[in-house]
Design a protein around this ligand. Structure first.
Ligand code: AMP
Length: 473
């Protein structure tokens, strides 16, 4: 037996279904915003993160999984994905034509050597978006609103959006000077991390979680008093636009984020589960005005993005029973009454699967009683029984496991029969599972596509469903 590496976890079975559901919902919503998927390597040169996330960040100072490869190159398992996305955009010259913006989304594992605790792992999964080539504050609003509405789509009702402006370079320089002056007389009593932060990037001190330090931080100067007119105007435009979109927010002038590349607008999404548990920020992001240039892209090119922690989303959704609509039922469980019909049972299952019915077949030679038990355990809608008579008459017994009604159906009519018994009801051929009636494939899923039906799984038909469980809202 080998133990899991500390801070990691297996995502398997039903739990994995939840991850898939959350990721698919986010991915499909990102597609509606015209974000394109980027898959970048999990390993990158260490200096990419030193340059982007920043030498003064906790991530670079203490949390990176860095090693020398056999060619003596310093390699790091990505602690976040923004840097890799921007590197990829720059390397592939996607901004070279000034063809702004490039809109990317990503999903995948990240690695940070943190102290494992509730909502904090050493390997965790992030979904995120980046907009490279921001020329208007409304692109920041687009990113924020994407996050906000995506979380609503997942079922988060009482979201709290915290937002702040770190200002432009000039604002931050003035603010840093003010903070340096303020903390000078306290720094000796503060924690060792704060002492380092004082030297490396005094702004980071505002992120300190140590109780005694918090008392000192409470009375520190506020960034809002140091914003240039330009930054103030930018921030106000963002806030006004959020108001117009009906997105509630709370200005939190202690919010600085843990990554050095942010400037101007930064934000976090918070949520407390119905059990009263908070898992930290579900998602967070902000604007970056230097990152793209520092990684080798156009100097004047700004961007913004956000990342969400899938582990945290899943935990809170479990607490708040937001997965209740997830359908793990089976359409059919095919039960051969003796070993000699196993091959026929397999053929029928194959045809069912090719026709879009989620099916399992018993090939273990179990008794009828054991097979019914298994069918119930698998949450099957129909038990399909094949015995000697059925083989002779080229038919099959279809037993509806909820009504307990059964009838013999000709093999040539089986698909139509199931279509009318499962398909007419609800999800069949509309695996969106949104438990709405799709009659004629209409009114599918959470968004209205005007006769263009987007279902969440490809069904090999003209109808693609969009989302597992949410109706239009
Ligand atoms: P960051 O990249 O630090 O801005 O984090 C973005 C989001 O990733 C956070 O809001 C969390 O939801 C998630 N996250 C960050 N670190 C961890 C971690 N160690 N374990 C689980 N989720 C994390």
């Amino acid at each position: 037996m080998f133990n899991l590496v500390k801070g990691t976890h297996d995502i398997i079975l039903n739990e994995a279904d939840k991850y898939t559901y959350v990721e698919q919902t986010l991915v499909q919503f990102a597609e509606f915003y015209n974000f394109k998927e980027f898959r970048t390597p999990i390993i990158e040169s260490s200096d990419l993160f030193q340059r982007s996330v920043g030498d003064s960040s906790d991530i670079v100072r203490k949390e990176m999984y860095t090693f020398l490869d056999k060619g003596d190159r310093s390699i790091t398992l990505r602690p976040e994905i923004t840097a890799g996305i921007i590197r990829s955009i720059v390397n592939n010259k996607l901004l070279a034509l000034g063809d702004y913006p490039v809109k990317a989304y990503y999903v995948g594992p990240c690695f940070r050597y943190e102290r494992p605790q509730q909502g904090r792992y050493r390997q965790f999964n992030q979904f995120g978006i980046e907009i490279a080539g921001v020329t208007s504050p409304y692109r920041d609003v687009e990113a924020i609103s994407f996050g906000y509405f995506a979380l609503k789509l997942l079922g988060f009702e009482n979201l709290k959006l915290k937002i702040n402006s770190l200002g432009d370079d000039e604002s931050r320089k003035n603010y840093r000077d003010a903070l340096t002056k303020y903390f000078a007389s306290y720094i000796d009593q503060m924690c060792d991390d704060c002492k380092d932060r004082y030297k490396l990037n005094v702004l980071r001190i505002l992120d300190c979680k140590v109780q005694e330090d918090q008392e000192i931080i409470k009375n520190a100067p506020k960034i809002s008093d140091y914003l240039t007119d330009k930054s103030k105007d930018y921030f106000n435009k963002v806030l006004k636009s959020l108001d117009e979109l009906g997105i509630e927010y709370e200005i939190d002038d202690g919010l600085v984020r843990g990554l050095d590349y942010y400037s101007d607008v930064v934000f976090e999404f918070h949520y407390t589960s119905s059990k009263g548990l908070s898992y930290g920020a579900l998602g967070a992001g902000g604007h970056y005005n230097k990152l793209i240039g520092e990684i080798g892209g156009p100097k004047d090119c700004e961007g913004c993005g956000l990342a969400m922690g899938i582990e945290r989303l899943v935990s809170v959704m479990e607490d708040d029973q937001l997965f209740d609509n997830l359908d793990d039922s089976l359409d059919c469980y095919v039960m051969p009454l003796s070993m000699e019909y196993q091959s026929d049972a397999l053929n029928i299952s194959s045809s069912l699967r090719l026709n879009g019915f989620k099916s399992e077949v018993n090939l273990e030679g179990k008794s009828l009683k054991a097979m019914f038990k298994k069918a119930n355990k698998l949450n099957a809608k129909f038990a399909l029984i094949i015995g000697e008579d059925e083989i002779k008459t080229n038919s099959i017994i279809c037993k509806d496991l909820s009504s307990e009604q059964q009838e013999s159906v000709g093999i040539q009519d089986l698909i139509d029969y199931l279509d009318s018994h499962i398909g007419s009801d609800e999800e069949h051929h509309h695996e969106c599972g949104c438990s709405s009636n799709h009659e004629g494939h209409e009114n599918c899923c959470c968004h209205n596509h005007e006769n263009d039906h987007h279902c969440c799984h490809e069904h090999g038909q003209e109808h693609e469903c969009y989302n597992e469980s949410k109706k239009e809202n």
